[in-house]
Design a protein around this ligand. Structure first.
Ligand SMILES: NC(=O)c1ccc[n+]([C@@H]2O[C@H](COP(=O)([O-])OP(=O)(O)OC[C@H]3O[C@@H](n4cnc5c(N)ncnc54)[C@H](OP(=O)(O)O)[C@@H]3O)[C@@H](O)[C@H]2O)c1
Length: 222
C-alpha cells in the first residue's frame, strides 16, 4: 500500500514520519542541533514571449546551447560529494531526452500523486512539495544536498516561487513567439529583481538556429 509521501528507489518509507511541523519550527530545531538545514530553492526555465515553456509535453524549440547552460547550471556543486536535488514534475521528467541521464552530481526526484513507484531515471518520488523540502533538509540527505533545483512544470514552479527558501530564478528569455500550452507562472518582479553581471551567467544576447535568447537571473530581495 502507498503509505509515505516519499518513496526512494527500491525502498518505501525511508524517512521518519515527522508530524508536519511548520518548516520554520523544524529549521530552528535542527539548527540548534547543529544540522545544516535550509537549502536554497532555485527555479530554472526558458520561456518565450508570452511566457510559454512547453507544447504537447515537449520543449517548443531546439536550442542546444541554451540546454547546455541548463545542464551546466543544475549539475554545478561547490565540492566533491555534494549533490543537487533536482525536482521534476512527472511530465517534464518523462519528456526529457534519455541521453541527458545520468545527470552528474544530481539526485533526481519526481513529483506525482498518481505514481506508486519510482519511475526510471528518478531516485525519489514525492507526492507533494512539502515532502521534497523535508527530504532535502532532514538527515540523511541534508548532509549531501546543496541546492534544490526546480525544473518545472507550472505547478511546481508556482509552489517553489511561494516558498520562503526560494532565492533565485534562472529564466532564459527566448526572444520569439512559439505556440505553447504550458506557461511559466507570473511572479512579482519587484520581489525578484533582474540581476546584471550575475556570476557565471552571460549577459549578452545569444543566437542559435536564428532564435535570439538571453540568460537572466532574478534574485529575491529581502
Ligand atoms: N521551457 C522550460 O524551461 C521547461 C521546463 C520544464 C518543463 N517544460 C515543458 O513543460 C511541459 C511539462 O510541464 P507541465 O506543467 O505540463 O507538467 P509537469 O509539471 O512536468 O508534470 C505535471 C504532473 O507532475 C505532477 N506534479 C506536479 N506538481 C506536483 C505537486 N506539487 N505535487 C504532486 N505532483 C505534482 C503531477 O503528476 P500526476 O499527474 O502523476 O499526479 C502532475 O500531473 C512540457 O511541455 C515540458 O517540455 C519546459
Amino acid at each position: 500500500m502507498f503509505k509515505s509521501s516519499i518513496i526512494k528507489l527500491g525502498l518505501r518509507t525511508p524517512l521518519p514520519n515527522f508530524q508536519s511541523p511548520t518548516d520554520d519550527k523544524l529549521v530552528v530545531k535542527m539548527n540548534i542541533e547543529g544540522e545544516e538545514m535550509r537549502k536554497p530553492i532555485r527555479l530554472i526555465a526558458a520561456a518565450c514571449r508570452d511566457m510559454g515553456i512547453g507544447k504537447n509535453g515537449q520543449l517548443p524549440w531546439s536550442l542546444p546551447k541554451e540546454f547546455l547552460f541548463f545542464m551546466d547550471t543544475i549539475t554545478a556543486v561547490s565540492a566533491p560529494g555534494k549533490k543537487n536535488l533536482v525536482v521534476w514534475g512527472r511530465i517534464s521528467l518523462s519528456s526529457c531526452p534519455e541521453t541527458v541521464f545520468p545527470l552528474a552530481n544530481c539526485i533526481n526526484l519526481v513529483l506525482s500523486r498518481k505514481l506508486t513507484a519510482v519511475p526510471p531515471r528518478a531516485h525519489y518520488l514525492c507526492k507533494d512539495f512539502g515532502s521534497v523540502i523535508r527530504l532535502a533538509s532532514e538527515p540523511p540527505l541534508c548532509h549531501t544536498v546543496e541546492t534544490i533545483w526546480v525544473l518545472g512544470g507550472t505547478e511546481v514552479y508556482k509552489e517553489s516561487l511561494a516558498h520562503p527558501w526560494c532565492d533565485l530564478i534562472y529564466l532564459t528569455d527566448i526572444m520569439a513567439e512559439f505556440d505553447c500550452d504550458v506557461f511559466f507562472p507570473k511572479f512579482d518582479r519587484n520581489v525578484f529583481r533582474k540581476q546584471k553581471g550575475f556570476p557565471g551567467v552571460p549577459d549578452e544576447i545569444q543566437e542559435e538556429n536564428g532564435i535570439k535568447f538571453q540568460f537572466q537571473v532574478f534574485k529575491k530581495e529581502a
